[in-house]
Design a protein around this ligand. Structure first.
Ligand SMILES: N[C@@H](CCC(=O)N[C@@H](CS)C(=O)NCC(=O)O)C(=O)O
Length: 229
């Protein structure tokens, strides 16, 4: 049995999409990162990095953190979505997502409306986010999917971040290439199932945000008593 530990965030949604696409048997275990569950010894035993997603597969057995590594593992396990003929192109775009899109979109969203005094950070991350959006638009103007002709784990990695981006920056990512690509992926039955599940998990995350104490929020955001340096 496969267990996915996570929340409703884009890095977890990537793995939900992969599991649904591959029709693998899995269970989902919510880790309430807003209230601090990722700091428990039990979770740290699964992931020394203390972040989600984490995937545990009894077959192996293996326990993995980092969504990109998890996607590669699942694709190789099932023999799908990482075609031999475009393997390195797919991995290139997957790494582009992991090293660029995820961290930069995340920061652009975090700083979009503050905190006060963060004009420099807001402009810096927004600028890099928009540059990455342009790179994606150019790629999808020349290829059907990030890896080329075939839908792959690179698309599964990038898609949830553009979905999240659209909520906060509706004008970004509205070009013809990205729109065609996003519409094609949104229509996939496995993606519909994954997003349905993700939305229910996100509703629980939203409740945790409301229930969180100021101290729990400070810890989650690495600020106040938890700021270092
Ligand atoms: N590069 C990692 C990023 C993981 C990550 O940042 N996870 C966030 C949720 S999307 C998290 O667990 N945050 C909790 C925390 O930072 O304490 C991946 O793609 O798996």
């Amino acid at each position: 049995m496969i267990t996915l530990y996570g929340m409703g965030s884009p890095n977890v949604v990537k793995v939900l999409i992969a599991l649904e696409e591959l029709t693998l048997d899995y269970q989902f275990e919510r880790c309430d990162v807003i209230l601090g569950a990722q700091h428990s010894p039990a979770f740290r035993a699964l992931s020394p990095n203390g972040k989600v997603p984490v995937l545990a597969d009894d077959d192996g057995p293996i326990t993995l953190f980092e969504s990109g590594a998890i996607l590669i593992y699942l694709a190789e396990k099932a023999g799908r979505f990482l075609p031999a003929g475009s393997r390195y192109t797919v991995l290139q775009w997957l790494m582009w997502q992991m090293g660029g899109v995820g961290p930069m979109f995340g920061q652009a969203i975090h700083f979009r409306s503050g905190p006060p005094g963060s004009d420099y950070a807001r402009s810096r991350y927004r600028t890099e986010m928009l540059r990455l959006v342009d790179v994606a638009e150019t790629r999808l103007g020349e290829a059907r999917y990030f890896g080329g002709d075939d839908y792959s784990i690179a698309d599964m990695a990038v898609f949830p971040w553009f979905r999240t981006l659209a909520r906060f920056f509706p004008q970004a990512g509205a070009g013809p290439g990205l729109t065609r690509w996003r519409d094609a992926i949104t229509a996939r039955p496995a993606v519909i199932r994954a997003l349905g599940r993700a939305d229910k998990i996100s509703a629980l995350d939203a409740e945790s945000f409301k229930a969180a104490t100021p101290d729990q929020l400070d810890r989650y955001f690495g600020r106040g008593a938890y700021a270092r340096g």
